[in-house]
Design a protein around this ligand. Structure first.
Ligand code: ATP
Length: 356
């Protein structure tokens, strides 16, 4: 028996002539936390809404707990959506919001109240059951939205950017709360976000989308360490990976950066010779060094420090960002050396953008 809870096979979605989802294949294991991530318009909400039954798909098969769900109406899919806007009923108390789905199933008031009290304990809402949504903070409203989903014991939780309306500190706290709730409930969760840090920190498995296509799916650090193409490499990681043009040497063991006076870098592996490449360098893998230790020299344009980290950016040719822990000796306007560790170099075919 497979432990697959959700299985999407060749899902396509058209909005008129616009092709929003293109042959999407995805298997979500029971108990896993999967993040769908990608830039605005990539189709992640469309995919989630299709799973919830809020959008009809144009082709493919969608299975939830082994059963084909394509034509099952939203209420019968046994999945619970948690929205960014919370979607709480303003005229109902927290307890009434939490138990609405039970009450429409005919469950008695006293029993529903007891269930609400249990959920309040799970979600940190104890003492707030008789308040109205307007009397709650953003974080508390989000907990009610979560509680309302939990009370239904769904086969999967579907989150659509649930933390976007919260301030940065609360977002970090709520990330941990949602993930810990997921673990305690043994839930299956699909979580849409445009924030790759949210995806990387919360999920067991991250699905990167672009233009209706899944570009890569894998464990968070797998995507960071071995992105399959330039898009994923640039999307995962913050600040973003630097890209510079280069050429592989005639013997295929060195990369020559296309910059004046940049010496070639010995790769320590063999690549097809004379090939045009894009060289990917993560800012955190570069360091500012003295000129005699340098792989390349750059002219510093800006030095920005947050105290714990310093971001050094260079002017053009090559345009690079270097992240250093703590303070940096670099000063704006001066020429500094930058060290590139050959083992940290990513290479992409400059014609196809695929990883080499
Ligand atoms: P965002 O992060 O901005 O919400 P997204 O990745 O969730 O983006 P979707 O909302 O899934 O993107 O939209 C995917 C594409 O489908 C977009 O180009 C969007 O304009 C288009 N689209 C979405 N809904 C409709 C609709 N009802 N009619 C026509 N096009 C739509």
């Amino acid at each position: 028996m497979s432990d697959t809870q959700i299985e999407l096979s060749n899902i396509n979605k058209h909005y008129g002539t616009f092709h929003a989802l293109k042959n999407v294949n995805l298997r979500i294991e029971k108990g896993s936390f999967v993040a769908l991530v990608g830039p605005s318009g990539c189709g992640k909400s469309t995919l989630l809404r299709s799973l919830a039954g809020l959008e009809s798909i144009s082709g493919g098969t969608m299975r939830i707990a082994g059963n084909v769900a394509n034509n099952v109406p939203p209420r019968k899919r046994d999945v619970a959506m948690v929205f960014q806007s919370y979607a709480l009923y303003p005229h109902m108390t927290v307890a009434e919001n939490l138990t609405y789905s039970l009450r429409i199933k005919g469950i008695k008031k006293a029993e529903a109240r007891k269930a609400a009290e249990e959920i309040a304990t799970t979600t940190g809402l104890t003492g707030l059951l008789d308040r109205y949504p307007r009397e709650l903070s953003g974080g508390q409203r989000q907990r009610v939205a979560m509680g309302r989903a939990i009370i239904r014991h769904p086969k999967a939780f579907l989150f659509d950017e649930p933390l976007s309306n919260l301030d940065a500190a609360l977002r970090v706290q709520m990330r941990k709360e949602i993930r810990s709730l997921h673990d305690r409930l043994g839930a299956t969760s699909v979580y849409v976000t445009h924030d790759q840090i949210e995806a990387m920190t919360m999920a067991d498995f991250v699905v990167v989308m672009r233009d209706g296509v899944i570009e890569q799916q894998g464990r968070p650090l797998e995507l960071y360490d071995t992105p399959s193409n330039k898009f994923v490499a640039g999307f995962i990681g913050s600040p973003a990976m630097n890209f510079v043009p280069g050429t592989i040497s005639a013997n295929g063991t060195e990369v020559v950066l296309d910059f004046p006076d940049a010496p070639s870098i010995v790769l320590g592996r063999q690549v097809e010779p004379n090939r045009k490449v894009t060289v990917g360098l993560r800012p955190e893998h570069l360091s500012v060094v003295s000129l005699d230790e340098a792989s390349i020299t750059v002219s510093v344009q800006a030095v920005e420090s947050t105290g714990s980290m310093t971001y050094v950016t260079s002017a053009t040719t090559p345009e690079l960002t270097v992240v250093e822990t703590g303070r940096s000796g670099a000063k704006s306007g001066e020429t500094v050396g930058v060290r590139i560790e050959p083992s940290n170099i990513h290479l992409f075919d400059s014609a196809t953008d695929q990883s080499i």
